[in-house]
Design a protein around this ligand. Structure first.
Ligand code: NAD
Ligand code: IPM
Ligand code: MN
Length: 356
């Protein structure tokens, strides 16, 4: 069955921008649709006009139709200015969707095929968190590494079976990500870049990453550089997150480190991300770092701030800096001054919408 997306035009409350952006919306599963609708509410309140087209994709769609993401739908997605995603994936332990079906078939397929090679994840410690007063960004390589899907089975299901899962690291892929990270570091006050890897054990991939950082670094003489092994980075992230400004790392280390950074900076419900195609050969995709959180779905318990900040990152990417800054300032003001512990998902969305 082909997808039948529904399109809605949202007029910005007080129209600050005359442009009209076409945005594909994939609410997805679990808390995905709840947090996404709060994010779109806040964008509308910021005065930016979006023409949104909803795509029914994710675990529930797969369970109903067996479809994950058709080539036809992927082609359609290429035509949008941006993609907003809530979260996709089945509940942990739900065996009706084989592991990886949606993660690889939908989310990673979009990251790879739309060449979203930078996963930018900013963190600002909220008051009372371990990272209070800290402000750093993780640049996660988003199309290679352990995620590339290299490997396979031999003699599967027999006592002698072998499973391999390789890490793919190309000079091209590493360099474009590292260059993006240097550009970002160079634009920030601290101008400090930390490579996080495991060069003491992953001597092939780690060597390529370190040499690439050394080489690209010569083009950015004002950026100071540092190196942490991933295990030590986990210590420093908890004990002294203020040491970080821009972190650049590979796909898997970046996945793990950003859940930790989210927890350290106030909770995973605050952690936003932008899956960027910096060359702008297609749309970029904006989503929270967290997943579908089926354990709290449908109960208005989800924190929508990660989705809201992700949509601000989208506005930044679209050139709507003023609206983006107002949203980010409203989220900070909310987090700093009135985080009611028992506020519902939509109450938080309303509070932010009221401030922008
Ligand atoms: P998860 O991030 O969904 O949940 C981990 C924990 O964090 C849970 O206790 C959850 O209640 C809590 N949490 C997450 N988001 C929250 C929010 N906004 N507010 C308050 N609490 C929040 O991770 P998981 O349980 O490992 O994964 C569940 C499903 O989501 C899996 O199918 C997984 O593959 C998928 N997933 C999808 C994405 C994505 O679509 N980008 C990201 C991560 C996980
Ligand atoms: C994330 C998620 C994804 C990842 C999964 C759902 C494929 O955990 O965006 O951090 O591992 O990248
Ligand atoms: Mn993750």
């Amino acid at each position: 069955m082909p997808d039948q997306p529904t399109t809605t035009r949202t007029e910005g409350a007080e129209v600050a921008s005359t442009k009209n952006y076409r945005v594909a919306v994939i609410g997805g599963d679990g808390i995905g649709p709840e947090v996404t609708s709060e994010a779109l509410k806040v964008v509308a309140a910021s005065g930016v006009n979006l023409e949104t087209t909803e795509f029914d994709l994710g675990a529930s769609r797969y369970q109903r139709t067996g479809e994950v993401l058709s080539e036809e739908t992927l082609e359609e997605l290429r035509g949008f200015d941006a993609i907003v995603l809530g979260a996709v994936g089945p509940a942990i332990g739900d065996t009706s969707v084989p592991p990886g079906t949606l993660e690889r078939g939908l989310l990673l397929k979009m990251r790879f095929d739309l060449d979203l090679y930078v996963n930018l994840r900013p963190f600002t410690g909220v008051p009372g968190s371990l990272a209070e007063g800290c402000d750093f960004v993780v640049i996660r390589e988003n199309t290679e590494g352990m995620y590339a899907g290299e490997g396979g089975f031999l003699r599967k299901g027999t006592p002698a079976e072998i499973a391999t899962q390789g890490s793919v690291n190309t000079r091209f892929g590493v360099e474009r990500c590292v260059r993006f990270a240097f550009e970002l570091a160079n634009s920030r006050a601290a101008k400090h870049l930390t490579l996080v890897h495991k060069t003491n054990v992953l001597t092939f991939a780690g060597d390529l990453w370190q040499r690439t950082v050394n080489a690209v670094g010569l083009e950015y003489p004002e950026v100071t550089t540092d190196y942490n092994h991933i295990d030590a980075a986990c210590i420093y992230m908890v004990e002294n997150p203020g040491r970080y400004d821009v972190i650049v790392t590979d796909n898997l280390f970046g996945d793990i480190l950003t859940d930790l950074a989210g927890a350290v900076a106030g909770g995973i419900g605050f952690a936003a991300s932008a899956n960027l195609n910096p060359d702008r050969t297609g749309p970029s995709l904006f989503e929270p770092v967290h997943g579908a959180a089926h354990d709290i779905a449908g109960q208005q318990k989800a924190n929508p701030l990660a989705a809201i900040v992700s949509s601000a990152l989208m506005l930044q990417h679209l050139g709507e800096d003023d609206a983006a800054q107002r949203i980010i300032a409203a989220v900070r003001d909310y987090a700093d001054n009135d985080p009611k512990k028992d506020a519902s998902t939509s109450e938080i969305g309303d509070a932010i919408a009221g401030k922008v």
